[in-house]
Design a protein around this ligand. Structure first.
Ligand SMILES: Nc1ncnc2c1ncn2[C@@H]1O[C@H](COP(=O)(O)OP(=O)(O)OP(=O)(O)O)[C@@H](O)[C@H]1O
Ligand SMILES: [Mg+2]
Length: 294
């Protein structure tokens, strides 16, 4: 069986702004400004590339940026199939880091919002054994309709689907029932603790697992520095701790986790070994700045 993974999701550039002091309205302030590649889908694909998985990444970028991004992903071992947008620029996230370390985000998903069915032809599924989609692609109507079309095609070919719940705020916005309907029957659901709580209405891990296990074959609940749990309709099957590490930037921990876990699953690992691989990748991600492997 091929172990190819198709990731569909956002390409973003994270612009990290670190002003030397509080902003001065209407005037200047020196700041360190740095760029980091980001976007949940791109992060997942990059981490999959880093563990030498066979990975294809489908996304949409501003027309001027296609070559640059294709080369960038190629360097990471990722085959990027990028649609281009003539109207909207590539997605950008501005992160403003206050002197006290608090972060505020301004996001413009740009070209990602125009991802459409034509960008995700059925041929992308050739030789693919798993489709991984971040919830971000389900939170806006355009990409959602494209991704739901791809889900239908994947189901028709018996290709497994993995979904990450991605964002408490956006889950609330689209409604839990809708999100569960769109993703019904997927082989894997990955959620962090807050997302699992919103999706189930319960704060109890075992209850969350049973409720979500009624809808997904395998459920993984990510628990930050406490590690992660895996289970299904019969409740929690396995809970593993995370190593104690120095956190530099938690961006992309969930994306790295997904890559570590799912590449191990496709490689034939047991669930225990796969969960351990997810946890190891998450721990690696929090020790470096940005959402992709350095
Ligand atoms: N402080 C930490 N120390 C060690 N491992 C961590 C830490 N934070 C996260 N991880 C690892 O990364 C995994 C995913 O992190 P988390 O539970 O925060 O998910 P998430 O909220 O989806 O992440 P993200 O912020 O990237 O969306 C955890 O299950 C854990 O294995
Ligand atoms: Mg997450």
């Amino acid at each position: 069986m091929s172990a190819r993974i198709l990731v569909v999701g956002d390409v973003m550039t994270d612009i990290i702004v670190m002003p030397e002091g509080p902003m001065v309205k209407g005037s200047d302030r020196r700041a360190k400004v740095r760029n980091r590649p980001g976007g949940s889908g791109a992060n997942q694909a990059a981490w999959l590339g880093a563990v030498d998985a066979d990975v294809i990444f489908a996304a949409r970028v501003g027309a001027a940026d296609r070559m640059g991004y294709e080369n960038y992903f190629r360097g990471l071992g990722v085959v990027a199939v990028l649609a281009t947008d003539d109207q909207l620029p590539s997605g950008v996230l501005v992160t403003i880091v206050d002197p006290d370390g608090e972060r505020s985000f301004l996001t413009d998903r740009g070209a990602n919002l125009n991802l459409c069915a034509a960008d995700l032809p059925d041929s992308l599924l050739d030789d693919v054994s798993l489709v991984l989609v971040s919830g971000y692609s389900l939170f806006e109507p355009g990409p959602r309709s494209a991704v739901r079309g791809l889900f239908a095609a994947a189901r028709a070919r018996n290709i497994a689907i993995a979904v990450d719940a991605a964002s408490v705020g956006f889950l609330k916005e689209v409604g839990v029932k809708s999100f569960l309907d769109w993703t019904q029957g997927s082989a894997w659901l990955l959620a962090n603790q807050d997302e699992a709580k919103i999706l189930t209405g319960s704060s109890r891990l075992d209850k969350q697992m049973r409720v979500l296990g009624g809808r997904f074959d395998n459920v993984v609940i990510k628990r930050g520095r406490s590690g992660a749990a895996l289970g299904g309709r019969d409740g929690v099957a396995l809970t593993l701790p995370a190593p104690s590490v120095q956190v530099v930037d938690s961006t992309g921990a969930g994306d790295a986790f997904a890559a570590g876990l799912l590449s191990a699953v496709l490689g034939g690992a047991t669930h225990a070994v796969a969960l351990e691989a997810g946890i190891a990748a998450g721990a690696r991600a929090v020790q470096a700045i940005g959402g992709q492997p350095l």
